[in-house]
Design a protein around this ligand. Structure first.
Ligand code: ADP
Ligand code: ZN
Length: 433
């Protein structure tokens, strides 16, 4: 422990009293200045003085994505516009974007959380950091950028895409640390191999931060092997600053959610009931260290659970498990509920499976059909037909025994499925078209 990371090891009691102080302060500010919360408090007979302990948080109704859209763009703003210096929006994976506003202090604080997270994983001032997330309205670019600068690394604001230039930059500047979506990392590896380069030996990478989309432990392992890096899971959402909400430490067992900045709860997504640590449900977050636009009890839509035990690293901030996906990522085929991440876990545990897959849902004669399109490893596709049939069978059997699915499996050549340089789109639901 050094003097600048004391907050990571703060005693639980102290952390909770800090949370309560910050919550009270936040409540007073939103009650006074945010039109949306002022109205919500009035309608529910609430005012800041009613809150006597952290438990009273549950008096507040949830804030939803719809609330953010209905009050777009300034309805949740809690400071005068003259104090606002930055706008970000969500990438709009699901519907219309949501506007998120920052004061200077908010930007500083968000950067601080990134710097803290990077330092936790061993990034140092002499590292060369290439940020391969898209710059612009998406928070993954600029917020991470500011954090890395705060920690003092050399930052290369490469952005997403332009893969050959990325590779050139990594080779010229001997990039050691990258921030990238897991799907783009696999794509990047494919391009390098096509160019006759080995991602492990022809680059100098040692750390990769993977986030912005759900992925499996098996994919992490794959990326670590391909690039010879330590890959860390990084979680965030624009509504709560962007990246840096929760981050893995070197134990790589769950992500520490920075509880001095956010209060977390897990709820049953259908009833709204608050669940115990260890129980899986929807993550609900309250920002308690935001000036421009604090959000109370925000339903993130993301499914996870809280680890009940203290982490071996000694940090006191509780951890959340790898995200299973979003409540609305789940689809139902013939009565079976599935998350794309579960299919991914099964696929990526098979060594013959390549780096990309796609899930297609169709309806034929009123019957749902699930088709899983899977890229196979390099040369395999040119091998014997019998070999491919056997692999198809194995995939089908595994999906049936582990997830109770009976999909049609279609093997395709490596590199033939569509790629994105940002968040991957895994499911094509033709039933809705
Ligand atoms: P959008 O809601 O438009 O996707 P954001 O860019 O703010 O907007 O994305 C935040 C969302 O991305 C999270 O709510 C979560 O669903 C997903 N996400 C971010 N990081 C991770 C991660 N490490 N694992 C799984 N999902 C993640
Ligand atoms: Zn830890």
């Amino acid at each position: 422990m050094s003097s600048n990371n004391k907050i990571e090891y703060i005693a639980r009691e102290e952390l909770e009293s800090l949370q309560f102080r910050r919550l009270k302060d936040t409540l007073e500010r939103v009650y006074k200045s945010s039109p949306f919360y002022r109205k919500m408090f009035k309608e529910n007979g609430l005012n800041p003085s009613k809150f006597k302990s952290l438990k009273d948080l549950s008096l507040i109704p949830f804030t939803t994505r719809q609330d953010l859209r209905d009050n777009f763009p300034y309805g949740l703003l809690s400071v005068p516009l003259e104090k606002v210096i930055r706008l970000h929006t969500s990438t709009g994976t699901t519907g219309k974007p949501k506007a998120v506003l920052f004061t200077q202090k908010d930007i500083d604080q968000a950067s601080e959380l990134i710097a803290r997270s990077m330092r936790m994983t061993g990034a140092k001032r002499d590292d060369v950091f290439q940020n391969m997330m898209s710059y612009g309205l998406f928070t993954g670019g600029l917020i991470f950028h500011y954090g890395a600068e705060k920690l003092g690394l050399l930052v290369i604001p490469a952005g997403a895409g332009n893969t050959e230039r990325q590779i050139q930059l990594m080779r010229d500047f001997k990039t050691t640390v990258i921030h990238i979506t897991p799907s783009y990392a696999l794509y990047l590896a494919d391009v390098m191999e096509d160019m006759g380069l080995d991602p492990k030996h022809d680059l100098s990478l040692r750390i990769a931060y993977l986030g912005a989309e759900p992925y499996s432990e098996e994919t992490r392992v794959k990326i670590q092997d391909i690039f010879g890096v330590d890959a860390y899971n990084s979680y965030g959402l624009s509504e709560m600053n962007g990246p840096g909400v929760a981050f893995e430490c070197r134990e790589k067992e769950g992500m520490h959610l920075w509880e001095d900045n956010f209060i977390m709860e897990i709820i049953d997504p259908s009833t709204g009931k608050v669940l115990e640590d260890g129980e899986e449900g929807e993550l609900v977050l309250t920002s308690i260290n935001r000036e421009a636009m604090p959000i109370l009890r925000y339903r993130t839509g993301d499914l996870t659970y809280i680890y009940p035990e203290r982490c071996r690293c000694g940090r006191t901030h509780r951890r959340i498990a790898r995200l299973k996906g979003r409540v609305d990522d789940m689809f139902i085929v013939r009565g079976v509920n599935v998350f794309p991440s579960e299919i991914e876990r099964v696929l990526m545990s098979l060594p013959e499976v390549g780096r990309n897959y796609q899930i297609v849902l169709e309806r034929e004669k009123n019957l749902d059909k699930l088709r899983v399109r899977v890229e196979v490893k390099g040369d395999l596709f040119n091998g014997s037909l019998e070999h491919l049939r056997k692999l198809e069978d194995r995939i089908r059997t595994r999906l049936r025994s582990e997830l109770m699915l009976t999909p049609q499996v279609e093997l395709v050549e490596a590199g033939s499925l569509p790629r994105t340089t940002g968040k991957a789109k895994r499911v094509i639901d033709k039933r809705k078209i």
